[in-house]
Design a protein around this ligand. Sequence first.
Ligand code: C5P
Length: 399
Amino acid sequence: MPAAVLGKTILLIVGGGIAAFKALELVRELRRAGARVLPVLTENGARFVTPLSLAALAGETVRTSLWDLEDEASMGHIQLSRAADLIVVCPATADLMARAAAGQAGDLASTLLLATDTPVLMVPAMNVRMWLHPATQRNIERLRGDGVRIMPPDDGEMACGEHGPGRLPQVPAIMAAIADQFGDRPLAGRHALVTAGPTHEPIDPVRFIGNRSSGKQGFTIAAALAAAGARVTLVAGPVALPTPAGVGRVDVETARQMQAACAAALPADIAVMVAAVADWRAEAADTKLKKDGSGPPPLILIENPDILAGIGHHQRRPALVVGFAAETGDAVAHATAKRVRKGADWIVANDVSGGVFGSDHTHVQLITAAGAEDWGATPKQAVAERLARRIAAHFSETP
Ligand code: C5P
């Protein structure tokens, strides 16, 4: 792992929180692994660690202000943000994340984050209630959507005595996340759109038509594409799954909302449509349907838009469009026809005759213009990793 950071320059922004002292240990470990560390201390960060200790450990000048003329003369803040191979914010406070999410640039740290296209890794640490607050979660989703990688915090006893998520991860875990940023990232610079989960189509305000899709396959694919370096927009139907690291998520309920979210996510280089979209929606009642003795109400069904076909034939069609097809019977024949009909490049056909929904396992065949490849019975995780590798190979062959 140390080899990954050897010779790299890391701009380390230390925010103001009780966990700031751990940034000192991180500086020591990064330097031990052969990285150059350019430290930036926020005004609040300087209340927890001194510029002197940070400078001594980093062996570099510590920058704290936008208005330091000497620094502007030697290395302006724009250059500073670009001199680095990676920007790490540790600890990333709720306030710093909120300002970065809003694109504010009121101090040196936020200006650096706005003025850069260098990859950013944020390592949050804060009180559990601040972490769980919808405003913080909203900011995190926004930052992820902007391509910022955010490490999930540790769970446990906090400095303030409360319990829950919000603790700074251990330094070795932060080192591993940093090394991961320098790993093999063949899809860096590509934008991938992934749909996952079921859709819920309302019958009335309390009832809906749904299906058994768990979202697991789509979520693992989003994670694998992000790990390969892609910026991922995951449009998710109603599922109870955590957002994978480095993934920007848009939650939707109905097929029409999913279609709108996909259109809004374009342009994309890659689309992987894994969602089990309801083929029909009901003509929904505005008020709850009652058992009033006149028998069951009629359910009038209307065909939903085919999102994959829409993307496959879109004027801003992604360069690579991949669909999934849950099949029983002659999976290859059905999926081959579906590939052409929907304008997809590839279809991953999965045999759902043996209880795939909700399971961690599946049996797939990849259908391309060249024919069918049997990938056998595999864990969904393995399908995700293999598909991400296959997508990366496709782009390395067709730049
Ligand atoms: O036609 P079928 O539902 O089997 O097609 C499955 C593929 O099409 C999946 O990739 C699924 O995400 C996509 N699809 C869609 N919109 C629909 C129906 C299916 O995007 N309305």
